[in-house]
Design a protein around this ligand. Structure first.
Ligand SMILES: CC(C)(COP(=O)(O)OP(=O)(O)OC[C@H]1O[C@@H](n2cnc3c(N)ncnc32)[C@H](O)[C@@H]1OP(=O)(O)O)[C@@H](O)C(=O)NCCC(=O)NCCS
Length: 166
């Protein structure tokens, strides 16, 4: 499935993307808000082979893979979860906001979604800001709901959604 926005488009990731995936998935700073932290080579291979589609984000100007977008069915019918991660060299340029808008349009217009959901940690200012710019509604702040083994910590989580009728 290809989704286009101004600066980027998406395509399924594959093994030829390994070195570009490593650039951000092995980076501590980029991966600090994921409970599993950085991915090693085996983790990257597992992601490439994942049965859940992983939408690689490709920069139009040079066809480089610079991140990936998560868009998949949630456990409830007509409900899709969205998520994102971008190589730090390309952050704060509006890329995920413009691509998020395109995925939301696709979800409601093509997939006939009823509801879109997204989550992030309260400390993840960039991700929170993207949710706000995408006009997602903050529905809840779950306290200490995620146990992060690598840090022996419990993390809070913010839960956002957008309804088709919004
Ligand atoms: C979250 C992420 C995907 C956002 O992608 P992006 O393309 O950089 O997002 P955008 O440029 O569309 O928007 C980022 C917004 O956050 C703001 N922002 C980022 N860091 C900030 C900070 N430290 N303080 C204040 N605002 C900040 C930017 O200014 C921008 O808002 P603005 O347009 O109002 O100025 C990217 O930061 C990333 O990959 N982070 C690491 C991975 C991650 O945490 N993924 C999500 C897990 S839930």
């Amino acid at each position: 499935m290809r989704i286009d926005s101004k600066k980027v488009y998406t395509r399924a990731i594959n093994e030829t993307d390994t070195s570009n995936l490593k650039e951000y998935l092995e980076d501590e700073f980029t991966m600090r808000f994921f409970d599993h932290g950085v991915l090693d080579e085996a983790g990257i291979l597992e992601l490439i082979k994942s049965k859940d589609p992983v939408h690689g984000i490709i920069l139009k100007e040079n066809n480089k893979l610079i991140g990936h977008f998560v868009y998949h069915n949630w456990f409830m019918r007509d409900t899709y979860e969205i998520g994102w991660v971008l190589n730090k060299k390309y952050q704060n340029l509006g890329i995920i906001t413009e691509l998020g808008e395109a995925f939301i349009k696709h979800a409601f217009e093509v997939d006939k979604a009823h509801r879109i959901v997204a989550t992030c940690q309260p400390e993840n200012i960039a991700s929170k800001r993207v949710c706000e710019k995408l006009k997602l509604r903050l529905e809840g702040h779950f306290k200490k709901c995620i146990y992060v083994e690598r840090k022996n910590e419990w993390w809070d989580e913010l839960f956002y959604s957008l309804l088709e009728e919004d």
